[in-house]
Each structure stands twice: as structure tokens, then as C-alpha cells.
Design a protein around this ligand. Structure first.
Ligand SMILES: CC(C)(COP(=O)(O)OP(=O)(O)OC[C@H]1O[C@@H](n2cnc3c(N)ncnc32)[C@H](O)[C@@H]1OP(=O)(O)O)[C@@H](O)C(=O)NCCC(=O)NCCS
Length: 103
């Protein structure tokens, strides 16, 4: 089992261009983003950075290796990685995420 966390200052990601969005979000995540505001990008970025910390060989991963979509109740889940549990919370200025890897 391992854990990682990350915190993002929301304003840093507010006006990021499409190249950055493509670096962070998969196609399906970008489809979800279309129905949300930029805090969604902050949450996925923080969650993926948290996942990197939760894996010992973090350098071998790319942010697009992990796709985090939303269940019907809004809770995030990591597609194809049932061993990874994610929690995200937004405040006005910051977004925080935890990733728990159960192995
Ligand atoms: C989940 C809940 C606690 C969020 O609290 P909040 O203070 O408004 O918002 P936060 O910023 O702390 O959290 C938002 C994040 O929580 C996550 N989230 C949303 N719903 C969730 C849920 N049911 N369980 C776990 N996490 C949830 C999401 O990742 C969301 O960020 P995202 O939209 O960028 O992915 C609140 O919406 C709640 O109590 N919901 C009850 C369940 C519900 O209403 N379901 C909808 C009807 S089915």
C-alpha cells in the first residue's frame, strides 16, 4: 500500500493552453472538462501528481497513463487501475488530492 498527495494553487492553472490540457487530460477527461470549469483540470492535475508520488518508480509514468473519470455521484475513479483510490477537494484558491494505491 502507498499514498501520495498534491496541492495546486488554482490560479496557476486557470489560463493554461490546449497543449497543457493535452499533457494532463485524456480525451475522455477533456470531454468531462467541457461540462465543468477549470477547477476540474486542477483536480485531475493534483490527483495525477499524487498518483506519481504513490508509485515508487514515479519517473516511468506519464500523466496520461492514468485516466480519472467521475462516477454518477461525482466521485472520481481511476479507469483501469482499481488498485488506485482518489480523493479531490477544491477551495477558492487551492485544490488538494490524495491517491491511495492498494497492492
Ligand atoms: C461530495 C461532496 C462532499 C463534495 O463536497 P464539496 O465541499 O462541495 O466539494 P469539494 O471541493 O470538497 O469536492 C469536490 C470533489 O469531490 C469529488 N466528489 C464529488 N462527489 C463525490 C462523492 N459522492 N464522493 C466522493 N468524492 C466526490 C470530486 O472529485 C469533486 O471534484 P471534481 O468535480 O473536480 O472531480 C458533496 O457534493 C456531497 O456531500 N455529495 C453527496 C453525494 C451527492 O450529492 N451525490 C450527488 C447525487 S447522486
Amino acid at each position: 500500500m502507498n499514498i501520495g498527495c498534491d496541492i495546486v494553487e488554482n490560479k496557476r492553472l486557470k489560463n493554461k493552453n490546449q497543449d497543457f490540457i493535452n499533457y494532463v487530460l485524456t480525451k475522455k477527461e477533456q470531454e468531462e472538462l467541457a461540462h465543468k470549469n477549470y477547477l476540474y483540470l486542477c483536480g485531475r492535475f493534483a490527483a495525477k501528481e499524487a498518483i506519481m508520488k504513490a508509485f515508487p518508480n514515479t519517473k516511468s509514468h506519464n500523466l496520461l497513463d492514468f485516466e480519472i473519470l467521475s462516477n454518477e455521484d461525482g466521485s472520481p475513479y481511476c479507469v483501469n487501475h482499481k488498485e488506485i483510490k482518489i480523493s479531490i477537494s477544491h477551495e477558492k484558491n487551492y485544490t488538494i488530492a490524495f491517491a491511495l494505491v492498494i497492492r
